[in-house]
Design a protein around this ligand. Structure first.
Ligand code: AMP
Length: 365
């Protein structure tokens, strides 16, 4: 994978950072996804908070105004990169915390070029948007992954076909052979869910239990922490379990994978060394491939097979919605911090530590 060039937005953000008031940094995020957790964590650590919100959601986020100091109200998310909005954020000495909706809502272009410091590695956005680059990074890290197929390649087992973009599993389907893959893809092109067949990613369907691990890499402490784990609740693959199999066969029901919520998960302790090892390997691979490497929260998404083998089919390079379960800390975060430490709070704590030690440039790009 080619190393990505330094981004223009990154250089401009560094310039902006020099003018910031380090005693009055604020934490800004789009009012969506895990923002309430992020705002609360920021408040717990003594930061000011900025909610970037679209008009029709303002009433909802106003219910939480004790967590939010400033509202920047937009007509559409895409206005984030408008000059006056960027200037306002800079005036507030704002650091943007990206979450799962960030790139999806504002678009890759704006997400990575915005001239406001971002907590995390902005180079990772482009890799995350490209399903093939993403899997390559996992493979480079030496993390076991499912087998991948190209469109048109002979398919010898059950596969899951994925569409690009973080749309929560929308439009995914299962197929048993190349004919079914092609039929499904053509249908999705007609429905406008896909531009070209090649955009789809075909993965071997892994059997086992899904497990999603929440990590945090701290450049300040130089350590990877396991902050929690969850299982996603997806419709209707999870709903189908409630139906006697004869009905799903008779009705010819197709499973779908749209996330509706998250369920907490505590793992067998004997699995933890492997889980942590993969987190560490992921960070090391990003350091090699995308220097300076991952910063802050990320998630590896896996299936654990009956042989206890963990295979990772996807990652997220930022806070995931599954961390919302642990707004008051998780069984794992207590082991590191001995206080209620959500991922949102952990982000703020890292920023605070970086400011105190005078190494803010280690955690923002
Ligand atoms: P993703 O968009 O990659 O997070 O996938 C959405 C959902 O599809 C996951 O939460 C899993 O339930 C399922 N899934 C994705 N990839 C695989 C795979 N290779 N094998 C089995 N299930 C998968």
């Amino acid at each position: 994978m080619p190393l990505l060039e330094a981004l223009h937005g990154e250089a401009m953000s560094k310039e902006a950072l020099e003018k910031y008031d380090f005693n009055a940094i604020s934490i800004a995020t789009l009012a969506s996804h895990s923002s309430l957790q992020i705002f609360r964590g920021a408040k717990q650590e003594g930061f000011r908070t900025v909610a970037i919100v679209v008009e029709n959601r303002l009433w909802f986020y106003k219910q939480f105004k004790h967590l939010i100091d400033y509202f920047i109200v937009l007509r559409s998310w895409r206005e984030l990169c408008r000059r006056d909005v960027v200037e306002e954020l800079k005036k507030l000495s704002a650091v943007i915390v990206p979450h799962g909706s960030y790139v999806e809502y504002v678009g890759l272009e704006c997400a990575e070029s915005i001239e406001v410091p971002i907590f995390g590695l902005r180079k990772l956005f482009r890799v995350e948007a490209d399903q093939w680059a993403k899997m390559k990074l996992l493979q480079e890290a030496g993390i076991p992954t499912p087998r991948l197929y190209k469109v048109g390649e002979e398919i010898d087992r059950l596969v899951i076909v994925k569409l690009p973009g973080a749309k929560g599993g929308r439009g995914y389907f299962l197929a048993k052979n190349s004919k079914e893959v092609l039929e499904g893809l053509r249908k999705r092109v007609e429905e406008g869910l896909l531009n070209s067949l090649e955009e789809a990613m075909i993965q071997e369907y892994l059997f086992g239990v899904p497990a999603y691990y929440h990590y945090f890499y701290s450049p300040v402490l130089d350590r990877v922490e396991m902050l929690g784990a969850d299982i996603r609740y997806e419709t209707n693959i999870d709903g189908l379990k409630r139906l006697p199999p004869k009905f799903s066969i008779e009705l010819d029901l197709e499973p779908t994978f749209v996330v509706v919520g998250n369920i907490p998960l505590v793992l067998r302790e004997s699995l933890l060394p492997k889980v942590l090892e993969y987190g560490v390997r992921f960070v090391e691979a990003t350091k090699r491939m995308l220097p300076p490497g991952a910063i802050g929260p990320f998630c590896l998404e896996s299936i654990i097979g009956e042989d206890m083998e963990i295979r990772v089919f996807e990652f997220s390079g930022r806070i995931v919605a599954g961390t919302n379960i642990y707004v008051n800390g998780s069984p794992y975060s207590y082991l590191y911090w001995d206080e209620p430490m959500s991922t949102g709070r952990r982000i703020a704590r890292e920023l605070k530590m970086a400011i105190e030690k005078g190494v803010l440039e280690k955690v923002v790009t």
